[in-house]
Ligand binder design. Structure first.
Ligand code: ADP
Ligand code: MG
Length: 731
């Protein structure tokens, strides 16, 4: 029996021996977070008020107040059993990072007490030399600082033998450049805030003091049994299968989506939810996704900054909790070929400090004018900066998904839905008629019919779709940190809001009444940006052609998409809104290209090893079996006078030759791949990424094709790598 076959016996469909009595969620939601409410209970009224002012108006707190908060945080965490603390931050790799310190402080030889000060809360100094900086910081200047981000509550991470207080932080260089994903997000929200509040003032909304973006990321993932995972070098090293013959049954019966959730999986989901709720992560919806063993969690939306932290935490929890159930959670964008990959639909909207969703079409005419203006600004932002949106989701994993037949194409377009399109078309054509048939569309005062959510969300193929009262950016990769896409969306929309605001002012100054001024600006934006709107099937061939005619970019590769970060106009945009300096932006460009290269090198080296150490030996086993059988038969034919059809013998010989040749072919191509990798070492990072995309990837695919053919003929006994049908169908 192969080790693979032995693993089959270890799979336990319900791997739990404990019985859990569920508690009422509202009773423990957020219990492991140092929320505002908790803080209020632990510090003086004055300090609490100062903290709130800091959050709402930006006036910082004193060191004394920081000390008081630090002390309160420590007492709270220690009461819950925490003995260590860490600044928790998000370096440019897209993962999270932590460096733990104990609360202990030596007071006399052999005697310690627990201490935590405002200074330690506010600032940490991890050795930054091993984090990518893209040239911002020379290695000798190893210092990087983490700084407390008070807008996201501290939380406690529990493990079986202890607890750690985690303090959400930004990560900056000695000179203050952002070395992480979070500081740019905070800056972009500030830019958005200024622009949106400015625009709302023109609409007479003087009550609004703050506008922020809101996000709800829908997280897709796969679960597979740990025993299979451990036998697959590719999953271990690269997070995706590099070889693997398709299973006869894939997703063609469409019997998985929204199907009954298997008990083992639902147990995982229950435990995950419980862990998430303790940390105040509001996950809400859970269901089976399209591919076998693929699932989704969706949260209730939150302020972007918090949503981004929560999504990072959720991904970590998913991996951790899955293991407790003897499963491994795969967050890669394309773990299995031939079936759907995983994305992260990023639902995005704008909210004011009174809780109004600014992308809600609303009911009153004034609101509608405002809605139309903001909608126009979004259209313009996507139209002008589709390249940046594409760059924000460019990564090795997502390259397998974008443009493949199950995911949004690499062409960025906007879907608005029938009703809204009709309204915009009429605005564009300046029609002033009343449309009484379909509720009310009186363009004189721009009244929209009340939106029926269902009618706005039929198109699931659009990369940037209006879905009721939010936009849904569907091209984000499942493993991605959402901070970068949000940062880009926030910034390009801030710029567009500023643009429509200044156009509005101009129109009003030229003597137009306010409503006509709005309609003029909105209709001109609608005209200008029409090319970006597409209501049809984004997966179709026709759209590829149509988009080409419209001149919309369709960039398949990561290395080319990332070039948007270097474009002069884009650099200027980010500098203007103080989201990235030129240096910070270029650093990101280099880091992401570099990460692409590293990912491909890991994949190629893993593939090479699998071919040479697993596939070929299995092939040889089978070859041996065939050769012996052939030998035996030929001998028996002679000695025992077996009557064997000439064709049958020929077939045996052909089959053996086929296997021998295929093994040779696979080995030969794998050696070529080795040479390609070696040669690529001499190339610049950018050139290397291009070579990897154009030459290495197709070669890896080619090797795979032949390996997969071998897999489907080599005897089951000799094949040690778990097969698709096992990983995806054994529950
Ligand atoms: P659908 O994708 O079917 O339209 P939902 O309305 O349930 O689904 O929303 C999907 C996700 O969108 C959820 O995570 C939800 O929290 C999020 N969402 C809803 N409203 C907003 C909003 N105003 N801003 C950001 N995200 C939102
Ligand atoms: Mg959705």
């Amino acid at each position: 029996m192969s080790i693979r076959q032995k693993a089959l016996f270890k799979v336990k469909s319900v791997a739990l021996d404990k019985i859990n009595t569920p508690k009422k969620v509202s009773g423990y939601f957020g219990e492991n977070t140092f929320s505002l409410d908790t803080m209020r209970k632990h510090i003086s009224k004055d300090t609490f008020e100062a903290f709130k002012r800091w959050m709402s108006q930006g006036s910082t707190i004193t060191l004394g107040q920081a000390n008081e908060i630090a002390e309160a945080m420590k007492e709270w965490a220690m009461a819950k059993g925490a003995t260590y603390y860490t600044h928790w931050f998000q370096p440019m790799t897209g993962l999270t990072a932590e460096k733990h310190d104990s609360f202990i402080s030596m007071v006399s030889p052999g005697k310690v007490i627990e201490k935590f000060s405002g200074n330690k809360l506010i600032q940490g100094e991890p050795d930054a030399s091993s984090f990518p900086s893209g040239g911002i910081r020379a290695t000798f200047e190893a210092r990087g600082y983490t700084a407390w981000d008070p807008s996201s509550p501290a939380f406690i991470i529990e493990s079986a033998l202890g607890k750690t207080l985690c303090i959400p932080s930004i990560f900056i260089s000695y000179h203050g450049e952002a070395l992480d994903k979070k500081l740019p997000l905070l800056r972009s929200d500030e830019a958005l805030n200024k622009a949106a509040v400015g625009l709302l003032k023109i609409f007479g909304r003087k009550d609004v003091r703050k506008v922020f973006s809101t996000c709800g990321p829908e997280q897709e993932y796969f679960l597979i049994d740990k025993h299979f995972y451990n036998l697959r070098q590719d999953l271990l090293m690269a997070g995706r299968t590099l070889i693997g013959a398709p299973s006869p049954k894939g997703q063609q019966l469409e019997d998985q989506y929204f199907g009954t959730i298997k008990e083992r999986v639902v147990n995982f989901m229950f435990e995950l939810a419980q862990e998430a709720y303790k940390l105040g992560i509001p996950i809400m919806t859970r269901h089976n996704e399209v591919a076998p063993h693929q699932y989704e969690f969706a949260p209730i939306f939150e302020e972007s900054n918090i949503a981004a932290d929560h999504n990072q935490l959720l991904m970590e929890l998913m991996k951790k909790v899955a293991l407790r159930h003897d499963m491994v959670c795969l967050l890669h964008e394309k773990p299995f070929a031939g079936i759907n990959g995983s994305g992260k639909h990023l639902n995005w909207s704008l909210s004011d400090d009174n809780g109004n969703n600014l992308l809600n079409p609303g009911e009153t005419p004034e609101d509608n004018l405002q809605f139309l203006t903001i909608l126009a600004a979004v259209l313009r932002a996507v139209y002008l900066h589709a390249d940046l949106l594409r760059a924000s989701i460019a990564m090795a994993g997502n390259e397998h998904r974008l443009g493949a037949n199950e995911a949004p194409p690499a062409i960025i377009s906007v879907f608005l839905g029938e009703q809204l399109t009709e309204v915009l078309d009429m605005l564009e054509n300046g029609v002033k008629a009343k449309f009484s048939k379909r509720d009310i569309i009186d363009l004189g005062i721009a009244r929209l019919p009340k939106f029926n959510k269902d009618s706005t969300d039929r198109n699931r193929t659009s990369p940037f779709a209006f879905t009721g009262a939010k936009f849904e950016f569907r091209a984000v990769g499942s493993s991605q940190n959402i901070s970068t896409p949000i940062t880009i969306i926030n910034t390009i929309i801030a710029e567009s809001l500023d643009f429509v605001a200044s156009e509005l002012k101009r129109a009003v100054n030229s003597g137009k009444d306010f409503n006509s001024a709005v309609l003029k600006v909105v209709s001109s934006v609608i005209k200008e940006t029409k090319k970006i709107r597409f209501e049809g099937n984004n997966y179709s061939k026709e759209w590829l052609n149509e988009a080409k005619k419209r001149g919309l970019p369709n960039i398949a590769s990561t290395y080319e998409s990332l070039k948007a970060l270097k474009k002069e106009g884009n650099v200027g945009l980010f500098e203007k809104y103080k989201v990235f300096s030129k240096e910070e932006l270029i650093a990101r460009y280099h880091i992401w290209i570099h990460m692409y290269n590293l990912t491909l090198e890991i994949e190629a080296n893993t593939l090479g090893e699998m071919v040479n150490a697993s596939v070929v030996p299995a092939g040889y086993e089978y070859e041996k079996l065939l050769a012996r059988t052939l030998d035996e038969i030929v001998r028996l034919k002679k000695s025992a006078g077996l009557k064997i059809d000439a064709n049958a013998l020929k077939d045996k010989k052909e089959h053996l030759s086929e296997i021998v040749n295929k093994i040779y072919y696979v080995r030969h191509n794998t050696a070529t791949m080795g040479c390609l990798l070696e040669k690529a070492c001499a190339l610049s990072s950018e050139k290397r990424a291009e070579v990897y995309f154009k030459n290495l990837k197709p070669l890896m695919e080619h090797i795979r094709k032949h390996v997969d053919q071998l897999e489907s003929v080599v005897s089951d006994d000799a094949w040690d790598l778990p097969k698709y049908r096992e990983m995806l169908f054994i529950k």
